[in-house]
Unconditional design. Sequence first.
Length: 127
Amino acid sequence: MTLARLLLACSSLTLAAGALLHAAAFGKALEVIAKSNLPPFFAASFRMLWIGDSATLILVAAIFAWVAVQPSVAKRPIVFLAALIPASTAALMYAFIGPFFAIPLLLAPSVAAGLAALLPGASETRA
């Protein structure tokens, strides 16, 4: 296995684990919403954004896993763009929440996948 494929596999596992942990905390988020005085639209938006973030992370993890297993399915720029998805989430978290423990957990797989996109062995067509 090339270094690029290993980086993508590790990125995939990290993002998938984060997505599952985030989804598992949904019950606690529901408790907070129930105790709040948020108008129904904003409460529903909060619920959707919570689960939407987990779904996004799982999908990006699936992309990285797929490319790690079969590098010919995606070109390097696509892998690099996919790596920007959790990185942009981390940047937005920092901008709106400030320092938060989940930010490095999003940045590490983003940087690893971005690096993998630049290395030989990822997203190359097989002869």
